[in-house]
Design a protein around this ligand. Structure first.
Ligand code: DGL
Length: 264
């Protein structure tokens, strides 16, 4: 039997990636670790982000004997992958904003990237644009408010549409035909984004690409025994979570939802 796949994010955003991985590898065991005590990551100092993620992810992977780690967070992936890979012997997969497919897909050559303020600032992101979209006009938008809105939605609260309309106004005014969702929280608001931006804006994220990368890396390992149910565990880092979030995580398929204990 192969160890579980550890999927990591600051909050519930990584579920947009986990959903794609589960679609590809439905019978594997999964552990979803989210560092909601330090959310939003887009506002953290770089050194704190790196040291905190490395400590958490290496310990969680050790405890569950993970076979592979997915950093399902663009903000963390722009910084922590080298440090994490130096500490771990299992594969570590990161998320990259879908700039390359967006540049290939766009008809108008005007594309947008909406991500956290951290991701929009990083040279990692600017290098991606220079490498794959230098022939396009690329507009970048940073927002942590959208991260909080996606969290609220997952906790069962209605999405504040007038506020969303306000946040997305600069995107509308830039007349992009493709918008890269460069934060894993944002696909969870995709319906609402389309309601505000209209069908003329294609939304792109990296979930499917990550899922095929994971499947490729685990090829030949064999799946879980399909006669027994696969295990789905969700670990958070705050002392507790709301009843709404807990209920939605259970509805998503997590049989176990509890606080991560780094000393266990
Ligand atoms: N989901 C994250 C990302 O993909 C980070 C959100 C945050 O905590 O700021 O960037």
């Amino acid at each position: 039997m192969q160890g579980p796949i550890l999927v990591f994010d600051s909050g519930i955003g990584g579920l947009s990636v986990l959903s794609e991985i589960r679609r590809t590898l439905p019978a594997r065991d999964y552990c979803y670790l989210f560092d909601n005590a330090r959310l939003p990551y887009g506002e953290l100092q770089e050194e704190d982000l790196v040291s905190g993620c490395v400590a958490l992810v290496t310990e969680a992977a050790r405890q569950i004997k993970a076979s592979l780690v997915v950093i399902a967070c663009n903000t963390a992936s722009t910084l922590v992958l080298p440090a994490l890979r130096a500490e771990m012997t299992i594969p570590v997969v990161g998320v990259v904003p879908a700039i390359k497919p967006a540049a290939q897909f766009s008809q108008s050559g005007i594309i947008g990237l909406i991500a956290t303020p951290g991701t929009v600032r990083r040279s990692y992101t600017h290098d991606l644009v220079a490498k794959f979209a230098s022939h396009c006009q690329v507009h970048m938008f940073g927002s942590s408010e959208l991260v909080v809105m996606a969290e609220a939605k997952m906790a069962g609260q209605p999405v504040n549409m007038p506020l969303l309309d306000d946040i997305l106004r600069p995107v509308r005014e830039a007349h992009v035909d493709v918008l890269v969702l460069g934060c894993t929280h944002f696909p969870l608001l995709a319906e609402e984004f389309t309601e505000v931006l209209g069908d003329g804006v294609t939304l792109l994220d990296s979930g499917k690409a990550i899922a095929s990368r994971v499947a490729h890396l685990l090829e030949g390992q064999g799946e879980h025994d399909s006669l027994s149910p696969n295990s789905m565990k969700a670990w958070y880092t705050t002392p507790s979570i709301s009843n709404g979030l807990s209920a939605n995580l259970q509805a998503y398929g997590f049989g176990e939802v509890c606080r991560f204990d780094p000393n266990s």
